[in-house]
Ligand binder design. Structure first.
Ligand code: LER
Ligand code: MN
Length: 269
């Protein structure tokens, strides 16, 4: 398994991003601390220079593990379940931009908040159908570009679709899209998955990206989540890709990153 941490191309206060707004610093810190990659939350890929990012990857020999897209929902209000067709179309165009961008780095594209919330007056099935239609179009584009979308099960307080690993697995079984897989996040699992380890085993063929975040959203080891067990199950199911620390920069980015790599290394031993 490989290690990474989440950042953002934008400066965000108290977000789940380390060294946010300073990509060069992220790469140099990642290299110094021994991370294999960084995951970058990018609301709009047009706002990041592809050539600059490519040269940082080469300069520091640190990979881009994933591109997170939640900012397109949070900042720009785009979503796959919007009642407005023009909004859904803009959301599809934006995710295609993320996919094209990610294809330069063999990074996965995370879809969490972009699914949106169930609009008032709409049933869950109706809203889910809109999400599926958008995903179908993005899936075609992902397949053409050789990249994968990963759906993230997110807890019920933050979004309205597929809260647990098994709900997400059932949905993926139903939609059958070649380039749409799943990622899992320990923070959400801790809230939604009553039998976390068996749920991971059942969804193993879909899981291609992982967020490590303790029960309090601090670095692994700073809360009460059982990461040694999660890492053991990941090994057991043959998971080989990134475990990416998605954590608060508390008390500061450098201390949080140092704590994260120290813990993650100890679990991987
Ligand atoms: C939010 O809770 C989260 O886990 C992010 O990865 C959402 O995309
Ligand atoms: Mn996450």
């Amino acid at each position: 398994m490989k290690t990474s941490f989440m950042t953002s191309n934008l400066k965000v206060e108290n977000g789940l991003a380390l060294f946010s707004g300073d990509l060069e610093k992220c790469f140099s810190e990642a290299e110094k601390l021994g991370f294999d990659g960084i995951e970058i939350s990018i609301p709009d890929p047009k706002e990041v220079s592809l050539s600059e990012l490519r040269s940082l990857v080469n300069k520091y020999d640190v990979k881009v593990s994933a591109i997170a897209t939640g900012g397109a929902y949070i900042r720009d209000g785009l979503s796959f379940s919007s009642p407005e067709e023009s909004n859904r179309n803009a959301a599809i165009r934006r995710i295609k931009d993320h996919l094209a961008f990610a294809s330069n780095f063999q990074a996965v594209v995370v879809i969490g908040y972009m699914k949106g919330r169930i609009p008032p007056g709409c049933t869950k099935d109706e809203a889910e159908k809109q999400v599926t239609d958008c995903l179908k179009e993005c899936n075609e584009y992902a397949a053409k570009n050789g990249v994968y979308i990963v759906l993230e099960p997110i807890n019920r307080f933050e979004e309205d679709f597929h809260h647990s690993i098994l709900e997400c697995k059932d949905y993926l079984d139903k939609i059958q899209l070649s380039n749409v897989k799943m990622m899992i996040d320990s923070f959400h699992m801790n809230i939604e998955d009553a039998d976390m380890w068996n749920n991971m085993r059942q969804a193993k063929d879909y899981i291609i990206h992982v967020h490590y975040s303790d029960s309090n959203r601090l670095a692994p080891g700073m809360g009460h989540f059982d990461f040694p067990q999660m890492t053991k199950v990941l090994k057991e199911i043959g998971y080989k890709s990134f475990i990416s620390a998605e954590i608060l920069p508390v008390p500061d980015s450098h201390t949080a990153a140092r704590q994260a790599i120290k813990s993650m290394r100890s679990y991987l031993k």
